[in-house]
Ligand binder design. Structure first.
Ligand SMILES: NC(=O)c1ccc[n+]([C@@H]2O[C@H](COP(=O)([O-])OP(=O)(O)OC[C@H]3O[C@@H](n4cnc5c(N)ncnc54)[C@H](O)[C@@H]3O)[C@@H](O)[C@H]2O)c1
Length: 322
């Protein structure tokens, strides 16, 4: 699959980051949301993802010098110069500007008439996703692939009756896509095999800020692999918290220090968004009816209160800077 131009609908947490990832790989991207201010927020997020990478690269050498000097005393000018050469930024401000310039904010679907691949990353609700897919279906060229970043909904149901039903598939990125390389790819009942295979091939050729992407093929099934395993962990963490087993900080610390996980279940849920985590649990429970997937009441209460995690400044923890 040759993707010269791509389109992303939904310029939120995932959509903006997916647009950045595509642009980082040299692809022109149109990024759509409901209105101009929301699109602007998405573009600002693209800029800040790129800025973080530029800053990270620029700081690598001085930080390494600082680290070594703290351990072993002052370095010579020659040693410093060698470290500066070895850790010279590979991603300059100018390259960052090019990436940002490849992402074009739009509010209309007209801009999707020439894209080879469109990805929707709007709210995880069928009544929001389906009209977006229908709008894309009307404007996309026949050959275009239509991806959904859904975490848990049935792609077969979402794609039913679309002109692009055979080109529609799940392309499920992880948060944040610029550092997490996994993409779960799943076709629906009617998806063409070559579309799934070519999409995986295309993704395999991309890199995020740290790694080559790792696309894996999964069967269409609620929450696929990663979220299916994570949902019961969060539910059990909530049960443990409510039973007074330990504080949320200590439960997170336990899973990091004792199970080698990079983040605890509450920190991770706050990053993912509690509304997204709840939708995932609900869809697993709805589909399988198994009590191990029952959404935790505590999670539902936090969502009812509008405490959705990092993005709203409060979830299991508070984020005053948000
Ligand atoms: N947040 C995560 O960690 C994560 C990880 C993987 C997948 N996902 C999935 O990605 C999708 C988006 O999640 P998110 O966390 O980015 O949500 P978000 O709330 O941050 O962003 C959703 C965006 O979609 C926009 N939107 C809503 N309706 C629209 C419409 N009709 N047309 C255009 N734009 C519209 C909203 O204005 C918002 O900017 C969901 O399907 C979610 O399950 C999320």
């Amino acid at each position: 699959m040759r993707v010269a131009k791509a389109g992303v609908v939904g310029a939120g947490t995932m959509g903006a980051a997916i647009a950045e990832l595509l642009a980082f790989n040299g692809i022109e991207v149109v990024l759509k949301d409901v209105d101009a201010p929301t699109v602007e927020k998405g573009l600002a997020r693209v800029r800040s993802i790129v800025d973080d990478l530029v800053r990270y690269q620029a700081e690598r050498a001085p930080k390494e010098v600082e680290r070594i000097e703290a351990l072993a005393g002052d370095l010579t000018d020659a040693q410093r110069a060698r470290i500066a050469a070895q850790l010279a930024p590979r991603f300059s401000r100018a390259r960052g500007d090019e990436v940002v310039a490849r992402v074009h904010g739009v509010t209309e679907y007209d801009a999707f008439r020439e894209v080879d691949l469109a990805i929707e990353a709007v709210f995880e609700r069928p009544e929001v996703k389906r009209p977006v897919l229908e709008s894309l279906d009307r404007v996309l060229p026949d050959y275009a692939a239509l991806g959904s970043n859904t975490s848990s909904l049935s792609i077969t149901r979402l794609a039913r009756g679309l002109r692009h039903v055979r080109e529609t598939l799940v392309v499920h990125f992880f948060n944040p896509p610029y550092t997490l390389p996994l993409v779960e790819v799943a076709g629906g009942v009617d998806t063409r095999e070559d579309v799934v295979v070519e999409t995986i091939d295309f993704l395999q050729g991309l890199k995020n800020h740290r790694y080559p992407l790792v696309p894996i093929r999964v069967k269409e099934s609620p929450a696929f692999v990663v979220n299916r395993l994570l949902a019961p962990v969060l539910a059990e963490a909530c049960a443990a918290l409510e039973a007074g087993l330990a504080s949320s900080r200590d439960i997170d610390a336990a899973m990091k220090a004792g199970a080698g996980q990079p983040m605890g279940p509450f920190e991770l849920a706050d990053l993912v968004g509690l509304d997204v985590s709840l939708e995932v649990a609900e869809s697993l429970y709805r589909e399988f009816g198994d009590p191990k997937f029952r959404p935790p009441v505590l999670l539902r209460r936090l969502v009812d209160a509008g405490h959705l995690g990092r993005k709203t400044g409060q979830g299991f923890y508070e984020y005053p800077e948000a």
